[in-house]
Design a binder for this molecule. Sequence first.
Ligand code: CP
Ligand code: NVA
Length: 303
Amino acid sequence: MKLATRDLLTVADLTPREFGGLVSRSITMKKRGAGRPLAGRTLAMIFEKPSTRTRASFEAGMHQLGGHAISLSSQETQLSRGESIEDTARTLSRYSDCIMARLYKHEHVERLAAASSVPVINGLTDSFHPCQTLADFMTIRERLGRMDGLKIAWLGDGNNVCSSLIQGAALAGSDVHVACPRSMRPDAGVVREASRSVRVRMTEDPAEAARGAHVVATDTHSSMHNKGVSRLSRLARYRVDARIMAGADPGAIFLHCLPATRGREVSADVIDGPQSAVWDEAENRLHTQKALLEALAGRPRAR
Ligand code: CP
Ligand code: NVA
């Protein structure tokens, strides 16, 4: 499918129609395969932070589409010795058809995209995780049959994954109820923008947010960019457990982007229980990334 945007830095780069179209294409690819539209194409990946799912699914996805992926830890590139983001972008643009980067500062992925002559995909920054959101809404559509008119509850840290989920919900047409400490609310600009199309509610009461929800989502209480131990005690009461799920809609699903710490942000009986969709959610990273790569890395070459 065609996307108006060249890069995917946040979910808000997509229109509602493009967001839904990528999810549909991902579901079709999962059912019927995708062929080899990226034969001869190369994806360059840069990682400043660890990754299991993002790295493995992008690499497997490129391979399945007939292309190739190069994975670079920032520590093994000249970025570690002070080469600029811009010079790195210019260089990688000459070898590859697309760049995926997992960086700390969101501003750095914006600089990478500005200097690159090929599409750039944000594989997670401190502020956003758009690829995760595509997989989350694919999972919601598979499990619940729709992405709109839902109540989505987020319990815990209002972090990068939460901000992207809110942006996705705004495109999909579903409401988001966030339960978190006041000091850990998601980005105010993201909430303001999403509130133009859907309801985004903030509360400090986890049971209230989850009541009647069709989707209950959470994430680690200790992100790669935000590991403070004092946060853990303040977040403890936002754990998703059986009591929280009992207050949600009877058909509710549980989502977690992973990696998870059982007993901290979610109890083992929930993440390993019948309402958990986390393994489909992890698998769907592969399918949504393939749909995204087909759209962005499969474009006619500019040179
Ligand atoms: N959910 C996710 O992005 O996982 P990784 O950190 O393992 O890539
Ligand atoms: N919020 C987490 C997500 C990990 C996939 C982090 O940024 O570490």
